[in-house]
Design a protein around this ligand. Structure first.
Ligand code: ZN
Length: 404
């Protein structure tokens, strides 16, 4: 027959064990309680498999426990056993506190790490580093009051060194400061608003316009150029990136062609879609190497081979073609190249919206979430006026969302 330990300890032990593995941590403070101390009435409520699991866990806990011997004496009466368990927890608790205090800073900073979402941790650390560097040069005591002058200097420094993130950085620094005076709080709000206002719009990928497509087509020479043109035109009509067409399939039908996106992780609307295009060869005349028409730009077989082109290859070939057409892709003062594979999606969307309207364009481009819609709006705002307007060769009911 099993000897018992105090019932509430045993309960906690059982509950903790039954909720494995999530509750594993709560076992830690029961470390060293041998299985034989479970009261039989508690043990009796456990299934066989619970039992085996508990037995295995307790054995491993006991093996790793440094002081399990301290409660090894079987109890004769309830009082004695209870007090021996209590003595041990007091001792363990003291040790626990001591161990914690030895590395207090580390644990506190681990806790503080959890205050921020993972994506704001990087900027937060950078902001604090900037502030520390500035404070060191200015001879400010770290953590001392943030007065009006210090706020102005900090904000001005951030505006100069990281204009895009300055407002965010300023707010990160504020979280590390003692409460501000009323005057300083007002200055902080003014500085923050000013930094927000001075933010520049993020660099956009320049749109691939119809006029640009025609220029590229005229400059195309090699077979690689030819397949790049096919990919660009198709991506343009589908408001996609050329390297996205690897997820696309085509069927030809009378007077048109239907392209289908399978449901995929890349598909932001998370369901499949099929789009039926009609021919627009009569409108988009004058292309040399390819038809600027979603129906006739690729055959079903050609699409199969385009789908095997890797992203890097698409990019290299596109950049080469821009060069051949004499289109400048590096602009001074810009960090990114002017055009990217995304340019086909941007340019397509800006051209399509004229005849399709915003709602259908967003469906065709598979923009769904608010974030994406916002991104789409930003793109549309910077739409340059192309001198050629193409009527998009589909009707809104030619787009079918496939079931999940
Ligand atoms: Zn056609």
């Amino acid at each position: 027959m099993r000897a018992g330990c105090d019932a509430s300890t045993a309960e906690r032990l059982c509950n903790a064990l039954k909720n494995m593995p999530d509750d594993f941590e709560s076992l830690a403070d029961l470390e060293g309680v041998p299985f034989s101390y479970l009261p039989s009435e508690v043990a009796g409520r456990l299934s066989n498999s619970d039992f085996c699991l508990i037995q295995r866990l307790i054995k491993s806990l006991v093996a790793s426990s440094h002081s399990s011997s301290s409660i090894s004496a079987p109890r004769q009466d309830g009082g004695a056993a209870t007090s021996s368990v209590q003595q041990r927890s007091t001792k363990t608790l003291k040790e626990e506190v001591k161990n914690f205090l030895d590395a207090e800073d580390e644990f506190v900073s681990a806790l503080k790490d959890g205050y921020y979402a993972a994506k704001s941790k990087g900027p937060r650390a950078s902001a604090l580093k900037k502030y520390e560097a500035l404070a060191a040069e200015k001879g400010w005591t770290p953590g001392a009051d943030w007065d009006v002058e210090k706020i102005q200097i900090t904000a001005a420094f951030l505006q100069k060194s990281t204009p895009q993130s300055a407002a965010t950085y300023l707010s990160h620094i504020k979280t590390q400061m003692p409460p501000l005076s009323r005057e300083a709080e007002k200055e902080y709000s003014r500085a923050y608003a000013s930094l927000e206002r001075s933010k520049k719009a993020p660099e956009q990928d320049a749109p691939l316009t119809y006029t640009l497509l025609k220029k590229l087509d005229a400059a195309a020479e090699t077979l690689d150029d030819l397949s790049t043109m096919k990919g660009l035109v198709l991506a343009w009509f589908l408001l996609a990136r050329p390297d996205e067409i690897q997820h696309l399939s085509k069927t030809e039908d009378k007077g048109g062609a239907t392209y289908s996106w399978k449901k995929s992780k890349r598909d932001q609307s998370s369901h499949g879609m099929s789009v039926k295009f009609s021919c627009c060869c009569d409108v988009t005349v004058g292309f040399k190497t390819v038809s600027c028409c979603p129906v006739h730009v690729v055959s079903v077989e050609q699409l199969q081979s385009l789908k095997r082109v890797p992203t890097d290859t698409w990019r290299n070939r596109f950049y080469k073609l821009l060069e051949k057409a004499g289109i400048e892709n590096k602009v001074e003062g810009r960090k990114r190249a002017l055009y990217s594979l995304y340019s086909a999606r941007v340019g397509g969307a800006q051209a399509a919206v004229i005849s399709l309207g915003h709602k259908t364009t967003q469906v065709l481009g598979r923009w769904k979430s608010d974030d994406c819609a916002l991104h789409y709006e930003n793109m549309a705002v910077v739409a340059p006026a192309d001198d050629v307007v193409i009527k998009w060769p589909l009707k809104s009911d030619d787009i079918k969302l496939l079931s999940k």
